[in-house]
Design a protein around this ligand. Structure first.
Ligand code: SF4
Length: 459
């Protein structure tokens, strides 16, 4: 086992969250946190519940800076009204844009939710995490009866100030780094997916069959997302005046079967489709985040459905999805997948690395090519900032998803062609560089809409 850090005990399936976009840290995470807060409120002693009159939440840091454009208030209201990301219809979230106020019933008591229940606090600087939420239950006279602080740490994952992370069973093949995982594969003679599946059974508590069904379900949703996005047209929500382009690109791909670079056009169309569906707040799969949801979904669609180079791709997409998820977890465990913490290198950069690993595994390569493909994709996203124009997950996000998918394809091709032992940089080194670059990155480039394109593009 790696000595440096505790082993990864998060299930790979947890990385692939199904829920409404446009941002896993700004919509899916907050919605989950609100629903979990209500669950905690329902367990309060009767003497507190009897005085409880209202519930509210204050957003700090990146959530306050870009929450409006990301749809965070609506996602939180949906959560406070009892919805969960995996089952919340997107039109419920849309319908909360002009929320008139209402109430939620908790443990038999009605708690008011005012139209101003979600407050954006741009003045208080969060200390523990840039995506901070402070939930409160108050009495009729304004007295605070119960409060909890939560952090949306990226990819829809939520941590609470007063809660230790759950203690999970140690997997049979513990690792915390790519080097450790590679050693396990070499020493046991097992394949990379076999090691990951054995671990997943223990840390998720699910049977192998249930894991297979969940992986198939994730792929089905990803394919649905891309298909919906390819068929949709019209403008995207918000003030940018951006129109959907996925269908236009796809029509061009279909028009000209002789075009030499057709696969690249198809790949861009599919990644646009996923990212545009996300920008509309529709259901997507985080991989590793909602903002980057078009990258792996686009690559999967190309590999599994379109197969423009038929015969090249083998069938084991389930194993490839497990391997892609492992790359995302390594990045989350040793750096971050939150744009508010490390910029877009942690979102589209990690998504690109996941997609490159996916392609390598789907094409039947071993652990070295998988690692080298992921490393190459991530290495060339290092330093990527997060500067969404007007705080909307549209510019540069949608085109960036397409660039991430194309980069994944190129990284896989390079890794598959080179002699694996001649590859100098390891995935762990690229992840460490991403973590350090994220620490050094100025805050205005970390999902605050205060730098880069967000400044230079008037809106
Ligand atoms: S720039 Fe990247 S990290 Fe930032 S909101 Fe867009 S996709 Fe997410």
């Amino acid at each position: 086992m790696d000595a440096a850090r505790p082993p990864i005990t998060t299930p790979i399936l947890d990385l692939f969250k199904i829920g409404p976009g446009p941002s896993s840290s700004h919509t899916i995470g907050p919605m989950r946190a609100a629903a979990d807060f209500l669950a905690a409120v329902s367990g309060l002693p009767a003497e507190i519940l009897d005085r409880a009159a209202a519930v509210d939440v204050r957003l700090l840091g990146s959530l306050a800076a870009t929450g409006q454009g990301h749809g965070t208030p609506q996602a939180l209201l949906a959560g406070l009204l009892g919805h969960r990301p995996e089952s919340c219809p997107p039109d419920i979230v849309d319908g909360l844009a002009n929320y008139p106020g209402g109430a939620v019933v908790v443990a038999g008591r009605s708690l008011a939710i005012s139209p101003r229940a979600v407050a954006l606090d741009l003045l208080t600087v969060p200390t523990r995490h840039p995506n901070t939420m402070v939930f409160r239950v108050t009495a009729g006279d304004g007295t605070v009866l119960f409060t909890r602080e939560a952090y949306s740490v990226g990819g829809g994952f939520v941590e609470w100030q007063d809660e230790e992370p759950p203690v999970r069973a140690l997997p049979p093949y513990p690792f915390s780094s790519m080097a450790g995982l590679r050693r396990i594969v070499e020493e046991t003679g097992l394949s990379l997916p076999d090691v990951l599946m054995a671990n997943e059974e223990v840390v998720s508590g699910l049977s192998r069959q249930a894991i297979v069904e969940r992986l198939d379900g994730v792929m089905r949703v990803m394919i649905d997302v891309v298909e919906r996005g390819l068929e949709a047209e019209g403008p995207l929500p918000g003030p940018l005046g951006l129109w959907r382009k996925a269908g236009v690109l796809f029509a061009r791909y279909r028009q000209d079967p002789q075009m030499a670079d057709r696969p690249i056009l198809a790949l861009c169309a599919c990644a646009f489709a996923g990212a545009e569906e996300n920008a509309c707040g529709h259901i997507i799969v985080t991989a590793p985040t909602a903002g980057a949801a078009g990258v792996l979904a686009g690559v999967l669609y190309i590999a599994k459905v379109l197969r423009p180079t038929a015969g090249v791709f083998r069938k084991n997409f389930r194993e490839a999805l497990l391997v892609a998820g492992m790359v995302g977890l390594l990045a989350k465990h040793n750096a971050s997948v939150s744009g508010a913490e490390v910029g877009c290198q942690g979102e589209v950069g990690v998504a690109s690395a996941m997609a490159a690993a996916f392609l390598a595994q789907a094409n039947g390569h071993g652990v070295h090519v998988v690692e080298n493909a992921a490393e190459t994709a991530l290495e060339h996203c290092l330093g990527l900032t997060c500067d969404p124009v007007a705080g909307y997950v549209q510019i540069p996000c949608i085109e960036r998803n397409a660039m991430g998918a194309v980069k994944a394809f190129a990284a896989y091709q390079i890794a598959a062609a080179e002699t694996p032992g001649h590859h100098v940089v390891g995935l762990d080194q690229a992840i460490a560089a991403m973590a350090q670059t994220g620490r050094d990155m100025c805050t205005k480039y970390k999902e605050t809409a205060q730098g880069g394109l967000a400044l230079s593009v008037p809106c």
